[in-house]
Design a protein around this ligand. Structure first.
Ligand SMILES: [Zn+2]
Length: 157
């Protein structure tokens, strides 16, 4: 268990892409670099918890905090991380982080986005957010509802 939940951040190996995406959906800073060779990261800060399919000793990182992922299905993998890292419902910030680039996403004025999202989306939504990194635009839709249902089931809330 960790005391400072908001400092919890991860680095996921390239075989754990869906797990990395879901950790970002929950709001956790998750390094994921599928273009690099397995087990390698461009900058692995010592406070990042490495998510790996095997113990990271082969990388010479015996002191690296890590969780060895045993499950094959991404949802079971997420359960493993939640349990191992002591993640609780209070420590998550769903939909606060870009699933594509891991940057924080921030509220955006609707007027600024006309022409940047499909017309029907602009006409039927009032709340938009934009990624500070890659400029991807987010809005609530059925996929968000479905994700929230899964998150609620994960934490029994
Ligand atoms: Zn982004």
């Amino acid at each position: 268990m960790r005391g400072v939940f908001m400092e919890l951040c991860f680095a996921a190996e390239k075989t754990l892409g869906r797990l990395a995406k879901w950790l970002r959906i929950l709001g956790f800073d998750t390094l994921y670099e599928p273009d690099l060779a397995a087990g390698y990261f461009s900058g692995l800060e010592p406070n990042r918890t490495l998510l790996t399919r095997r113990a990271p000793f082969h990388l010479g990182r015996i002191d690296t905090p890590h969780v060895v992922i045993r499950a094959d299905h991404y949802w079971d993998q997420l359960v493993e991380v939640v349990q191992a890292a002591g993640i609780t419902a209070e420590s998550i910030r769903p939909f606060s982080r870009c699933i594509r680039c891991n940057s924080a996403i921030m509220p955006s004025g609707k007027a600024d986005l006309q022409g940047k999202v499909p017309d029907y989306v602009w006409e039927t939504h009032d709340v938009f957010r934009i990624c500070r990194g890659c400029q991807r635009i987010y809005w609530s839709g059925s996929h968000v509802e479905r994700s929230m249902e899964k998150i609620r089931s994960l934490f029994c809330i």
